[in-house]
Design a protein around this ligand. Sequence first.
Ligand SMILES: Cc1ncc(COP(=O)(O)O)c(C=O)c1O
Length: 354
Amino acid sequence: MQIQIKKTDSPKLKPDETHLGFGIHFTDHMLNMDYTVDRGWHHPRIEPYGPFVLNPATMVLHYGQGIFEGLKAYRTDSGDIQLFRPRENFERLAKSAQLLCMPPIDVDQALEAMRTLLRIEQDWVPREPGTSLYIRPTMIATDPFLGVRASHTYRFFIILSPVGAYYPQGFNPVKILVTREHVRTVRGGLGCAKTMANYAASLLAGQKAEQEGYTQVLWLDGIEQKYVEEVGSMNIFFVIDDELITPMLNGSILSGITRKSVLQLARRWGIPATERRISIDEVIDANRSGKLTEVFGSGTAAVISPVSELKYEDNILSVGDGKVGPVAQRLFDTLTGIQYGRGKDEFGWTEPAL
Ligand SMILES: Cc1ncc(COP(=O)(O)O)c(C=O)c1O
């Protein structure tokens, strides 16, 4: 694959690494590539970061045919830059593409394109503890056409954003509202794809939770509203009676790469780790009987996000006295250790970014 490179004449000033926030700053360059039926994916190019000019009829703006990914590049203590299971993000992108009738991109080509961009932008990978360079590969439908059908043309792009430590002051357990009023997705829908509509569908419930003083929503299944699915935009885990339980992938849950890593680590440590249906009633019962010792979310942004309280209708469940549980802490320390190259990477999850 021949990637055309056009560098910027006016590089930006780098932001203060101690106040990066998330998704606010963007680097100097981006990768673009186009798809047409005749040529397939073609013309990969790295260009100065900048706005697109889009016809107002561009299909993604009307029908939401768009997908994306999220992964990070980490700077190790020795100054190297590494990635965590990056192939799996591009494999998931290809699965999302299939579900939205979009043309998948060859995983090796996408990885090569991302690495080329990272090589050019390597100075943008921050050095402060806990910071990283967030990578956002995105694919959008670009036919200028009004009418519901799959587009015939697409744009793929990758943008990069230096992001701050998720927990600058240490772990911060969150309070979660279990919603029955709203559902994120249903089996047979798009829940297992990383597509724009799922995030749009989550906004109103998220806002209502915030108004009630909760950080995020815990989603129940869209059919019976009985079984736990995800928390905010993370996968969810429970520790009940020393067993780690997470909802099994059922078509409406995103197959998180952190989720998979958590399961692999727990099993390696001899913690029974089960993927099965788990109802909110079972969680409440386990809390009442004192068997529910930990609840936490997992995802690329926060890695592990401990939950200190769950509210479900009239029940308020306090989990683990508001403190971070030992399983969540060990997983967080181990995963971040591997990502930043401080801990032993027994599974071979990391690879050099450049
Ligand atoms: C809806 C949803 N679930 C779960 C996850 C966690 O996935 P991962 O661990 O691959 O970041 C994410 C974030 O990517 C997400 O958006």
